[in-house]
Design a protein around this ligand. Structure first.
Ligand code: NDP
Length: 301
């Protein structure tokens, strides 16, 4: 049985780590705000979960180290120093970064780890907090196939679909483009429903039509009915993180010198909305920003 460490017990990291805790793999957890990791370890004490005081302590002797932070540079900033990951990671260990990261930083991290005989996979996830709680996430991975096979049983604790996308950085790139599409669908659906609301159509009726027609998306089928029309706007995935993802997708397109006017515009729009709504706003709250711009409220009549 592999020894596993998990670093980053945030909105999605904590429910992912819970599945590993229940697997009785002698999980060690580390979190920047130490009390979160201490509480987590106390709750799963019977399963052998322990709280590591530093990233180095979490990584020492671990076969698989999983990280889940907002951005790749957060992972990079934890590599060095006497308390850093590199001080604890042993030869043959594998770092699986579940951050929705950026390919350039991932490649840099992979090179630094390789110099120490440590494997690296960028392995962002999709499926949201609900998917993390249910253990049904999709894990999209950049790295080599043999390394993926070594960690597959660990990833299967929280992932239902595990996809090898290509070399290091490709998991990040696929995740960023997926989320850019989510961002685009959210914004465009909000604009369309704002126009229809203003023209006197009940948005619930408009969605009833759209969701059996060709304009439907996850935004129209799930997010608007469950979070917007009832004004619930639960906080599950921060707008700040979606802004980051769209920015990565736009950058990937620029680096490939691919014409990408919509990706670049979406990145601009989300940067503005993030600035206006702040760090804690949920991604679906971008609809409130479109409502402000259009002078409408998209709610069930
Ligand atoms: P949160 O903001 O909820 O949690 C972030 C975690 O990272 C916390 O544990 C936080 O610690 C820690 N952290 C933040 N900055 C640093 C730092 N500089 N050094 C060390 N630790 C740090 O984010 P999520 O859990 O929502 O997201 C994590 C990643 O997963 C992101 O890349 C996101 O895009 C992705 N993701 C999120 C989904 C979701 O539905 N939430 C869905 C799919 C992917 P502390 O407790 O101290 O604040």
């Amino acid at each position: 049985m592999p020894t596993v460490a998990f670093l980053g017990l945030g909105a999605i990291g904590a429910p992912m780590a819970r599945h590993l805790a229940r697997s009785d793999w002698g999980l060690r957890v580390w979190n920047r705000t130490a009390s979160r990791a201490a509480d987590f370890a106390a709750k799963y004490h019977e399963h052998g979960v322990t709280h590591a005081p530093t990233p180095a302590d979490a990584a020492r002797g671990a076969d698989v180290v999983i990280t889940c932070f907002p951005v790749s540079t957060d992972v990079e900033s934890l590599l060095d120093g006497p308390e850093g990951l590199l001080a604890g990671l042993g030869r043959g260990a594998i770092l699986v970064d579940c951050t929705s990261g950026d390919p350039t930083t991932s490649k840099r991290i992979a090179a630094r780890l390789a110099a120490q005989g440590v494997g690296y996979l960028d392995a962002p996830v999709s499926g949201g907090v609900v998917g993390a709680e249910g253990g049904t996430l999709t894990v999209m991975i950049g790295g080599d196939a043999a390394t993926i096979e070594k960690v597959r049983p660990v990833l299967e604790a929280f992932g239902k679909k595990i996809v090898h996308c290509g070399g290091v950085g490709t998991g990040d790139a696929v995740k960023a483009v997926n989320n850019a599409l989510l961002a685009l669908h959210l914004w465009s659906t909000a604009e369309g429903l704002a126009a229809l609301t203003s023209a006197g159509v009940d948005p619930a009726i408009a969605l009833d039509v759209i969701n059996t027609s060709s304009g439907r998306s996850n935004a129209s089928m799930n997010l608007f009915p469950e979070r917007v029309l009832n004004r619930a706007f639960p906080r599950t995935f921060r707008l700040a993180l979606l802004d980051k993802d769209v920015g990565i997708a736009a950058q990937v397109a620029r680096e490939q010198r691919i014409a990408s006017p919509l990706l670049q515009l979406t990145a601009e729009l989300y940067r503005t909305a993030h600035h206006a709504l702040g760090e804690e706003a949920d991604h679906v709250e971008v609809v409130k920003w479109v409502e402000q711009l259009t002078g409408t409220v998209i709610e069930k009549k």
